[in-house]
Ligand binder design. Structure first.
Ligand SMILES: NC(=O)c1ccc[n+]([C@@H]2O[C@H](COP(=O)([O-])OP(=O)(O)OC[C@H]3O[C@@H](n4cnc5c(N)ncnc54)[C@H](O)[C@@H]3O)[C@@H](O)[C@H]2O)c1
Length: 220
C-alpha cells in the first residue's frame, strides 16, 4: 500500500518454495494476495497464470553464492531457463510491463570506485554468471520482441526474514552462539549493503518510470 500508483493492486506470488522460500514470510490471508506454489520453468502453468496481470516483477532465483560453488546446475536452470520461460510466457499472454531483478554481482569485483550500467559483465561465481546470462536473455525479449522490460542491479541486501544462510543473519546468529564466522580471502574485501525496503523502493521506481531496455543500478 506504500507504493504510489499500486495502492489496491492485486498481487499474485508465484514461488516454488525451495529450501529458500517460506510461505510464512507473506501474510497468511491478505484479501489482495494470491499465492501459487509453482516453478518459473513450468511454461504451462505460466500460460494459465499470467493472463490478466498488468506487470511481472521477476525475483525468483537461486541466489546463494556458496551453494553455486558446490553445484551450479540448479542456478542455470532457474536463473537462465526460468527467466527465458517466464519471458516467453509474458510475450504470449499480453503482460504489459516487466522488471527483471538482477544483481551488481554480474560486474564482478572492482578495486575502487563504482560501476556504471554499461560496465562489462565479468561475473566471478556461477551464481553471478547465471544472473549475467539471465540479464542477456531479458535484454533480448526487449530488443527482439519489444517487451517493455527494464533490468535492476542491486547491491547486497539485508533486512527482516532473510534466510540465515545469508551473510548478516549468518554472522549475527553465529556470533550470538560464540561461533566463528566464515570470511572470504583475507577478510579485506568490501561489500556494499542496502536495506531490502530501499531495494523495493528502487524496483518500484523502475516499475513505474523505468525505460524499456534500460538497466538501473541500485546502490546505497
Ligand atoms: N539478497 C540479495 O542480497 C540480493 C541482491 C541483489 C539482487 N538480488 C536478487 O533478488 C532476487 C531475490 O533474492 P533473495 O535474496 O530474496 O533470494 P532467496 O534465495 O532468498 O529467495 C529466492 C526465492 O525464489 C524462489 N524460487 C527459487 N527457484 C524458483 C523457481 N524455479 N520457481 C519459482 N520460485 C523459485 C524460492 O523459493 C525463494 O522464495 C534474486 O533474483 C536475486 O538475484 C538479491
Amino acid at each position: 500500500d506504500n507504493y504510489a500508483g499500486w495502492q489496491g493492486a492485486r498481487v499474485t506470488v508465484l514461488d516454488k518454495l525451495t529450501y529458500a522460500g517460506n510461505r510464512d514470510n507473506l501474510p497468511a490471508t491478505h484479501p489482495r494476495l494470491e499465492f501459487v506454489r509453482g516453478d518459473i520453468c513450468d511454461a504451462g502453468l505460466l500460460r494459465e497464470l499470467l493472463p490478466g496481470h498488468d506487470a511481472v516483477v521477476h525475483f525468483a532465483a537461486e541466489s546463494h553464492v556458496d551453494r553455486s560453488l558446490e553445484g551450479a546446475g540448479e542456478f542455470f536452470r532457474t536463473n537462465v531457463l526460468g527467466t527465458q520461460t517466464l519471458l516467453e510466457a509474458v510475450l504470449h499472454t499480453g503482460v504489459e510491463r516487466v522488471v527483471h531483478v538482477s544483481t551488481d554481482e554480474v560486474y564482478g569485483s572492482i578495486g575502487e570506485g563504482s560501476w556504471t550500467e554499461d560496465w562489462p559483465l565479468l561475473p566471478n561465481t556461477p551464481y553471478a554468471a547465471s544472473k549475467a546470462c539471465s540479464d542477456l536473455v531479458a535484454r533480448t525479449y526487449w530488443r527482439t520482441h519489444g517487451v517493455d522490460l527494464s533490468i535492476t542491479r542491486c547491491s547486497n541486501n539485508y533486512g527482516p526474514y532473510q534466510h540465515p544462510e545469508k551473510l548478516i543473519p549468518l554472522f549475527v546468529t553465529n556470533l550470538l552462539e560464540a561461533r566463528q564466522v566464515p570470511l572470504y580471502g583475507d577478510g579485506g574485501n568490501i561489500r556494499e549493503w542496502l536495506h531490502v525496503d530501499d531495494h523495493c523502493r528502487g524496483i518500484h521506481l523502475v516499475l513505474q518510470d523505468g525505460r524499456a531496455g534500460e538497466i538501473y543500478n541500485i546502490g546505497g
